[in-house]
Design a binder for this molecule. Structure first.
Ligand SMILES: Cc1cc2nc3c(=O)[nH]c(=O)nc-3n(C[C@H](O)[C@H](O)[C@H](O)COP(=O)(O)O)c2cc1C
Length: 355
């Protein structure tokens, strides 16, 4: 069992590029795991847009082991996905370790432990951010999973359960002592859910407690946010969630920005249109027509923004059960968006998909 120790102020070594490469963090920009969002089609879509590392949505350890219908699909999704970082959720150290072994054997590059999910259905099972309330159990999970796998092991957590228990620095230290390789911190407590603002300065207290590479997460929406979050947290890189769903090209821009290259401009309407159609095709193919259409709606909502009357397009596109109608509405939206940019696109582009 890991012994608890208070944070020290020992001098830190800046993580070297070999260390980041080993973790799969070499771009210093990661797509945050988002259940129901960062599925295989979305991960492939993000990869096709350029740089930035992707992480699976969380996979429940028990389900990964039992290989029931839905989890079998989640598990198989990582096959033939080099460099994939797999996030596991769970409560029982031995079960998480077993799931980690299975994922390692399937080719996971890195295993990430979910200590951050605030959802009631997760914390009610004492999983996700609820784990942060039981430091002894956290220590047992670190030790047991570390001993079970050879690939890098990381943990994603929040600042603590609530403002009175900001124990992320202590857990970070425990993670380091147990031989973990990296940490991500979302700068909110569990009790905040997604309210208020992420506190990047408090993330710095976690970085100060460990010499492990750390990613700062929460409310990073722009390149300027990246600069400020890194400055305030002293983290080595960023993890971006919701903003990457709204603007999937942000990860590629962020990697260039951090490498002091000029980022590519945001894509024009025609490119965004083609990208969305590509994603829809992937999702319908992967999830099947009915479930795929439901899953795709959140991406349609994120994409159809920025012009007068966008709300009406979103509503119409997201209430139809007919993919052809959805694609026609999306086409009409982007014709208008392109007209506003004064870069007309071919009105019937991508309607072939609807045939
Ligand atoms: C729809 C949704 C699903 C999420 N699912 C997960 C998850 O599976 N695992 C996890 O660690 N965090 C999950 N999160 C939290 C995100 O990874 C991230 O920590 C949070 O959204 C804050 O980052 P952001 O402001 O960049 O979105 C989820 C968040 C959202 C919005």
């Amino acid at each position: 069992m890991t012994t608890l120790q208070t944070p020290t102020n020992a001098p830190k070594k800046t993580p070297c590029s070999d260390q980041l490469e080993r973790l799969g963090w070499q771009d210093r920009v990661l797509l945050a795991p988002m259940s129901g969002v960062t599925d295989r089609p979305f991960r492939d879509y993000i990869r096709n847009l350029g740089q930035g590392q992707v992480v699976t949505e969380m996979i429940a350890s028990e389900a990964a082991i039992r290989q029931v219908k839905d989890s079998r699909k989640l598990n198989q999704a990582i096959d033939d996905e080099p460099g994939i970082i797999v996030q596991l959720a769970g409560t029982e150290p031995a079960l998480i370790a077993e799931a980690a072994r299975i994922m390692e054997a399937r080719g996971a590059h890195t295993i990430d432990l979910n200590f951050g999910c605030p959802a009631r259905k997760v914390v009610n099972k004492a999983s996700g951010s609820a784990l942060m309330r039981d430091e002894a159990l956290c220590g047992a999970i670190f030790d047991t999973v570390r001993a079970a796998i050879q690939v890098p092991l990381t943990v994603k957590m929040r600042l603590g359960w609530d403002d009175d228990t900001l124990n992320a620095p202590k857990l970070a230290r425990m993670a380091q002592e147990a031989g973990l390789d990296g940490i991500t911190v979302h700068g909110r407590t569990r009790c905040q859910f997604y309210k208020g603002e992420a506190n990047w300065e408090k993330v710095e207290l976690v970085q100060a407690a460990t010499s492990l590479p750390l990613l700062v997460n929460g409310d990073i929406r722009t390149l300027a946010d990246i600069d400020l979050a890194l400055k305030q947290s002293a983290a080595v890189g960023v993890m971006i969630g919701r903003a990457a769903q709204d603007r999937p090209w942000l990860l590629d821009q962020a990697v260039d920005h951090l490498a002091q290259r000029t980022p590519k401009p945001a894509p024009k309407a025609a490119e965004r249109h083609a990208g969305l159609c590509d994603l829809i095709e992937r999702m319908l193919c992967y999830h099947g027509p009915a479930h795929g259409l439901r899953q795709v709606r959140k991406h349609v909502s994120s994409a159809l923004v920025g012009i007068d009357g966008a709300g009406a397009y979103r509503k119409a596109a997201n209430t139809t059960d007919d993919p052809a109608v959805m694609l026609r509405l999306i086409n009409d939206f982007f014709v208008q968006a392109a007209a506003q940019e004064q870069t007309p696109i071919k009105p019937d582009a991508n309607l072939a998909l609807a045939a």
